[in-house]
Design a protein around this ligand. Structure first.
Ligand code: ARG
Length: 462
């Protein structure tokens, strides 16, 4: 296909230079955005008297038919075109002749591509926020089911204190709510129209950038034409918000891998989200969780890639920026696919509450409660801590747990111990008593669930 920029030179470049220069294999995904941008541009040009009403009708009609034909498969995107903008303008001109050549008045591919990408990212953010909302709902349901299920809470992956499984799950809910808020915030800065910046300096035509922006659903327009064509901060913000979504998914995935192992057995994953081994018949592998964890590397790569592309670019447009799309597309595709598999995986996972409880009964996770018991009886915390440390040490030697020692055995360590100590170290009591704001007690978990439900009820995507 001939080049849009043929004129000064013939448009014929070296074969490998051509391959390197071409972006249609990637940016063909922007055909819809490119066409809606062009329709709005034609309307603006006619409103301002830059082209005639008649030309506008011809252009808009032809652009809509190009869109239809691409969607129904009668028009194949020709990958020998330089990029999607060249292809669409080429087809338009083939179909309507000289009128097609008027469309590019008062615009450049530089503001056109910035516009297309912003339209695309806006759509993606809305879709991803919707998926995150579903994820929040699914995890909150699981948390509600297990708001009273006692399990070990860990620090350093060592059993630390008893918690409720619901409390643990809700920690992820709050991470994903922050992700939603971050994407909503990033959206505000994507929602700015660059069209009309032209190549870099604006134009001599009497354009109406606000009219065109409004037609395309933007809240406002960029204030500086050079910034308009060279700003890709919105890509960085978008991918960085996605990198954090993926970080959270990956941490959750890691726990699912651990929890579904024989060593933990805290959850059973549905066979729809696990695979078998080709050699070991007993295997049920948590591949989907593992891949979610593994795919995180790609999204981080996309973030580093976009940052590196931009670093050191002089103003305004530089061809390096053509590389922005692969990072934007890949990050969005990866996060969306992971979310679409992750949501039903969490929705169908079965918490194995008895196993959690059994694990909580080992490992002396009520030792802090035993020390607190002595503190409440008047022992300073440091002394109480030391006494309980000795008790735990002796229990380990004799293969016992705290619940097994008799009162007279306890008395040997401190005469402050009375029969009510057993109440104090009972695991259910241990969690029920941690009712401080945001704590692990079922009463506190309920309050958190209420907060999430209100957040969802008031939910407005933007
Ligand atoms: N394919 C190009 C890109 O994605 C479109 C803009 C081309 N502009 C130019 N001055 N060559 O960035």
């Amino acid at each position: 296909m001939s080049k849009l920029w043929e004129g000064r030179d013939s448009g014929i470049i070296d074969e490998f230079a051509e391959q390197l220069n071409s972006s249609i294999g990637v940016d063909k995904r922007l055909y819809k955005e490119d066409i809606s941008g062009s329709v709005a541009h034609a309307e603006m040009l006619a409103k301002q008297g830059i082209i005639s009403e008649e030309d506008k009708k011809v252009l808009v009609g032809a652009l809509n038919s190009v869109l239809c034909d691409i969607e129904n498969g009668t028009l194949q995107i020709d990958e020998t075109s330089e990029d999607i903008h060249t292809f669409i303008e080429g087809v338009l001109t083939e179909r309507v002749g000289a009128t097609g050549k008027k469309l590019h008045t008062a615009r450049s591919r530089n503001d056109q591509v910035a516009l297309d990408l912003r339209l695309f990212v806006k759509k993606e953010i809305i879709e991803i926020i919707g998926l995150l909302k579903n994820l929040v709902l699914v995890i909150t349901d699981k948390a509600e089911e297990s708001k009273e299920a006692v399990c070990p809470g860990y620090t350093h992956l060592q059993r630390a204190q008893p918690i409720t499984f619901g409390q643990h799950l809700l920690a992820y809910v709050f991470m994903f709510i922050r992700d939603i808020e971050r994407l909503k915030d990033a959206y505000k800065r994507v929602d700015v129209s660059p069209i009309g910046s032209c190549a870099l300096a604006g134009t001599t035509y009497d354009t109406d950038r606000f009219f065109e922006a409004e037609k395309l659903g933007f809240s406002t327009v960029c204030l500086n034409s050079i910034d308009g064509v060279s700003d890709r901060d919105f890509c960085v913000e978008y991918i960085s918000a996605l990198a954090l979504v993926q970080t959270h998914l990956s941490r959750f995935a890691e726990e699912l891998v651990l929890w579904s192992s024989w060593e933990f057995k805290f959850v059973e994953l549905s066979p729809k989200f696990t695979t078998g081994s080709s050699i070991m018949p007993q295997k049920k592998n948590p591949d989907i969780a593992e891949l979610t964890r593994g795919k995180t590397g790609r999204v981080y790569g996309d973030l580093v890639s976009i940052l590196t592309i931009l670093k050191g670019l002089p103003l305004a447009y530089n061809k390096d920026m053509q590389e922005d799309k692969e990072a934007v597309f890949d990050a969005g595709d990866t996060v969306k696919l992971c979310l679409k598999a992750f949501i039903p995986m969490v929705g169908t996972m079965k918490p194995l509450k008895d196993n959690m409880k059994k694990a909580a009964q080992k490992g002396f996770i009520n030792a802090t409660d035993l020390a607190d018991y002595l503190v409440k009886k008047g022992e300073p915390f440091r002394n109480a801590y030391k006494i309980c440390g000795e008790i735990v040490g002796d229990c380990i030697k004799s293969g016992k747990i705290l619940e097994m020692l008799t009162l007279s055995e306890y008395k040997k360590y401190s005469d402050m111990f009375e029969n009510d100590l057993y109440q104090a170290i009972d695991l259910n009591n241990c969690v029920n008593k941690r009712a401080s704001f945001g704590g692990t007690a079922p009463s506190s978990v309920e309050k958190q669930i209420l907060f999430v439900k209100e957040y969802i009820a008031k939910f407005d995507i933007l």
